[in-house]
Write a protein that binds this ligand. Structure first.
Ligand code: P1T
Length: 400
């Protein structure tokens, strides 16, 4: 399938776009792993297509075409991690530039903004993207500073508390105030299967491919998709200049995984819905956050702007940090570990694992307490998952 935006549906595009066997002399049905770091030129500066592995690679190109199609974008670039995408996007700014992001932005993204980008005299405003007045105020202060090309970094839903931004409302508020502002969104939790932010006014969609898109806990990678060719050209230049490119083997792995993205996302969601309902009715669970539950504060917004609820759950349990540690140690199927979006179910305690680096004060401010667990629901048999959670909850009670 040569064209990126065929009339075919998601699952068909995931299987075929960029994977066309006619592009290879061998007519290989699977994109080959092209390990060459350099490509022979016909004469000086006359190439078949690729010249050097940092600036482009055939195995990577297959994935870029596929990811662009799934994100409904003209262009996509694949990087060596999700964070590498953030670094390259931040390099679109001039020194002295201005970033607006959410108070709940994933701390691994915020670490680069706060600890590294700030060294280049970039300032960061934290707002609650659910409050359009705050958004407008930050955009105006960005303009007053003379910063014409500020960057806005959205994340919806957020990691780990699943706060949802009204993407259309925020992008139109921002663009009305400053049409030059660059709006990027972290689409990692939804994947292109459940959310298409380019249709909602966003300029750049970043995805940590490490999570759902690869989905097998064996590749670290990221992508940026866009319909704005001038931003794509600048990012392609930056990618080559900065050098954070993935290996062809990793691209091969994701070319393979992406074919089952639709299947996996459906199963993640189905399992997660059942687990969320189980947890919500469990006496030892104080509160469950899941996009598919009517009790989620932004469930209606999710129905409006997303195509599904994904596989991520956050839950506040009864007890203390000690109870949580016991509960986690009793689980048999769930793997205690960082990361998410994998075929195997993962569970973690953000306060002392993924979000420890935020510090207690910042965690308390947004509600990441010691008794919050984050669960990434995999594609196992759901009765086994529920049974495992049930036995571990019962055993971890203080009376036992
Ligand atoms: O790990 P990397 O591919 O660089 O992606 C970073 C990243 C970006 N955005 C979101 C929403 C993320 O969750 C992550 C990575 N997160 C974890 C490793 C985690 O356990 O939350």
């Amino acid at each position: 399938m040569a064209e990126q935006h065929s009339s075919y549906a998601f699952a068909t595009r995931a299987l075929h776009v960029g994977q066309d066997s006619a592009q290879w002399k061998s007519r290989a049905v699977v994109p080959p792993i092209v390990m060459a770091t350099t490509f022979a030129q016909f004469e000086p500066a006359v190439t078949a297509r690729f010249e050097y592995g940092r600036s482009g690679n055939p195995t990577r190109n297959s994935l870029e075409l596929c990811m662009a199609s799934l994100d409904k974008a003209k262009h996509s670039l694949i990087f060596s991690s999700g964070v590498a995408c953030e670094v390259n996007i931040t390099h679109l700014l001039q020194a002295g530039g201005h970033i607006i992001t959410d108070t709940q932005v994933y701390c691994g993204i915020d670490r680069y903004f706060r600890k590294c980008a700030s060294k280049f005299d970039l300032t960061i405003d934290y707002v609650d993207f659910c409050d359009l007045n705050q958004v407008a105020k930050a955009a105006e202060s960005n303009l007053q500073r003379g910063s014409k090309s500020g960057l806005v970094w959205l994340e919806s839903p957020t990691n780990p508390l699943l706060k949802v931004t009204d993407i259309r409302a925020v992008t139109s508020t921002l663009k009305n105030i400053n049409p030059n502002v660059i709006i990027a969104i972290d689409n990692t939790f939804m994947s292109p299967y459940f959310q298409s932010p380019l249709e909602l006014g966003v300029d750049l969609v970043m995805t940590s491919i490490t999570k759902y898109v690869n989905g097998h806990s064996d590749v670290v990678m990221g992508s940026i998709s866009t319909n704005r060719t001038e931003l794509y050209d600048r990012l392609k230049y930056l990618q080559n200049a900065i050098g954070a490119v993935p290996s062809p083997i990793d691209c091969f792995m994701v070319n393979r995984s992406i074919k089952t993205l639709a299947l996996r996302m459906e199963k993640h969601q189905k399992n997660a819905m059942a687990v969320a309902l189980f947890l919500e009715s469990h006496p030892l669970v104080k509160r469950v956050l899941y996009l598919g539950l009517e009790s989620h504060p932004q469930h209606q917004l999710v129905l409006k702007q997303c195509k599904g609820f994904t596989g991520m759950i956050a839950a506040y349990l009864e007890g203390t940090l000690e109870t949580m540690c016991k509960f986690l140690s009793y689980l048999k199927i769930f793997t205690l570990g960082e990361s998410l979006g994998a075929v195997e179910s993962l569970i973690e305690l953000p306060a002392i694992m993924t979000h420890e680096m935020m510090g207690q004060w910042a965690r308390d401010k947004i509600g990441i307490s010691d008794t919050l667990v984050r669960i990434s629901i995999g594609v196992e048999d759901v009765d086994d998952l529920i049974g495992d959670l049930d036995q571990a909850l019962k055993r971890s009670q203080p009376t036992n």
